[in-house]
Write a protein that binds this ligand. Sequence first.
Ligand SMILES: [Zn+2]
Length: 426
Amino acid sequence: MNEKLLKTIDSRIDELVELTADLIRFPTVNPPGEAYRPCAEYIGERLKKRGFGVEYVRGEGTPGDTDRYPRTNVVARFDGRSPGPTVHFNSHIDVVEAGDGWTVDPFAGIVKDGRVYGRGACDMKGGLAASIIAAEAFMDVYPDFPGAIEISGTVDEESGGFGGVAYLAGKGYFSKPRVDHVIIPEPLNKDRICLGHRGVWWAEIETKGEIAHGSMPFLGDCAVRHMGAVLAAFEEELFPSLDRKQTSMPVVPEGARRSTMNINSIHGGQTEDFRPGLPSPNVPDWCRLTIDRRFLLEEKIDEVKGEVTSILDRLKRERPKFDYEIRDIMEVQPTMTERDAPVVKAVARGIQEIFDREPQYVISPGTYDQKHVARIGHIYDCIAYGPGILDLAHRPDEWVGIEDMVQSAKVMAIGLGLLLRGKLGH
Ligand SMILES: [Zn+2]
């Protein structure tokens, strides 16, 4: 029924590959936020030629925004012939640093063996290219479509999205009536629909001590030993109880289908800056620990925090001289789009058509820009769906499969058709 649409996409494979390689050639490494503007302009120029109205929106004053490293986002919109809903494809253009271990140039956009290689190929320039080709093919085959199509290339997703989707959402770019359905082509595998993500609470715990000569530690009070007591209590009580908290959220990989906490860092006493000299003998009067707690829809953020502070308060009652401070660093609520939401059903139908099977519904263990679309924009009809293979993200020799991009572009185009036209084909 969608034969013409699918054929149109098949006829543009070379263009899809070229577009992906071109996007990889912009070294949009974050931090610091390199080459954002030329990359955004490249996307904007292309879409302008196809009739999109194009806006560049700089995340003024957001973390890292300077004239040397402007947080430049691009938002493109094409209005159809009659009123109707708007489908928005949002991709982040920033990538993480290349790191070591590459056998190809990470920013050359090398094509070989049916794959495009490079930093960001999988996460998520391949997804961005697939969504552009899907939208353009759809517009060519159904020029009379109702509603509107938007495509955005946004910055800083890898560092929290504050200069990107969060900033745009704050300006109304991800809210009704402008936008109804959002698809984020993050690398979640071409036959899976990602409904959302777990919540996050980052906090810094500090234990207090008293400085003294290291030869007479009994005259001071060791903040590192106090932190040791905190860690011991975490091991005994907190980690086992987190392991027991299973969730109905279909998180992948399965190990993340429960509450987790990472000890992100621990620092206490003198820094190691004395090298190449020697340290002086001091009892540390402070120790700081950063925790990264991932929580579930079944949990409330106050309970999540309470589990930690109740342990700290008990230590304060029971352990001589123990004192602490705790400071929130970041909070993200968990989010999960309903399985019968329009965007889920439309993309599921596309996956059924292309792969002849039901999609797998998953939840991401970590967060991505959907949090801002939901929390700031109040758009809950939002999913992540894209061609990249999740396990390849951020790794050396990152790649995206050409066939995977073609198939996911077809899925996106079918989904787009269902959301805008309400039907397949003709
Ligand atoms: Zn990503």
